[in-house]
Design a protein around this ligand. Sequence first.
Ligand SMILES: Cc1cc2nc3c(=O)[nH]c(=O)nc-3n(C[C@H](O)[C@H](O)[C@H](O)COP(=O)(O)O)c2cc1C
Length: 380
Amino acid sequence: MTICTIEDLRIKAQKRVPRMFYDYADSGSWTESTYRENSSDFQKIKLRQRIAVDMTDRSTALPMIGQQTTMPVALAPTGLTGMQHPDGEIKAALAAEKFGVPFTLSTMSICSIEDVAANTTEPFWFQMYVMKDKVFAENLINRAKAAGCSALVLTLDLQIIGQRHKDVRNGLSTNPLLTLKGWGQILTRPAWCLSMLSTRRHSFGNIVGHAEGVSDVNSLFSWTAEQFDPALNWSDVQWIKARWGGKLILKGILDVEDAKLAVQAGADAIIVSNHGGRQLDGAPSTISQLGAIVDAVGDQIEVHMDGGIRSGQDVLKAIALGAKGTYIGRPFLYGLGAMGEKGVTTALEIIHKELDLTMAFCGERQLSNINRSHLLPGTF
Ligand SMILES: Cc1cc2nc3c(=O)[nH]c(=O)nc-3n(C[C@H](O)[C@H](O)[C@H](O)COP(=O)(O)O)c2cc1C
């Protein structure tokens, strides 16, 4: 199959990755309505086509929190990325640094912070979940600092976990390797199985050996299920900010009031996000909330967004509404599952090409000039 779109990568990944891990990526919570609307709401926004404008010498470069990018599209933090492809986090980080976009490593990654740092050359961003075990949390911050991470992305929308029915049915909330069904799903993907033998990285690299009482896969699954801190609040954000001392991005803001609190907390940027429709099903899509949040706090803080981006046109719409940066989750996971590092590069190339051409069709040569005037009134 000739790969032209992110959807092509998704189809290829679905054929290659064992069902439990493919489903883990391609799912939202409960009815998945928010997951779907994250993408479909982009389609409602229409672009203004302009003609006979000089389209030479174009640039999609735009900095995110002061860091230069080829285009303002970072790789979002995603858990279990090393299960889509062996050493998945390292592969994705390499693709990102070669392309010139930020890579964000999840707390729940397979490759550890140290692994990714040792195998890449550019500083990456680290995403932190707040756990009940504060010693572990403090160590995590120190490890990210020691690895030279250039930003901390603090996720605030996952104190408790939204239910994804597919994960329950696939047994992913416990240990899938303990079930016959789990083994069945894995063995029907022989190429993936063989490739996984090439790496020793098969469990949560940031946790095993670093958290009290976690020695094997079974204790790991129960530890992580119990460890997310339901008491997380804005005072924890201050605690983390003080210990980190570097650039801080708050992820999971979907409401104007929370955006204002994030400004008060002294963050460098916020990510308008609903966790890719994986938490509160029934919450609005992120693109539908972006404009109001930019209007409320955009002059005080850098506003980023993620959720539902599947094309360069989507990126342009988010930038037009005032986002200073965007993130992709599933698009790069599909690329990774389909073709490893090359697939992530392909995902970035697809989005970059579409973004560049869309900008030109809208009559602009610099992404920094894109604003709401490039969107058709009444459609956003
Ligand atoms: C498989 C998967 C795992 C994720 N794991 C994390 C995570 O560990 N930490 C986090 O902050 N967000 C996580 N997210 C949410 C993403 O960072 C991001 O908000 C979301 O994927 C954006 O939507 P998109 O996938 O439509 O681009 C995850 C998303 C997916 C799809």
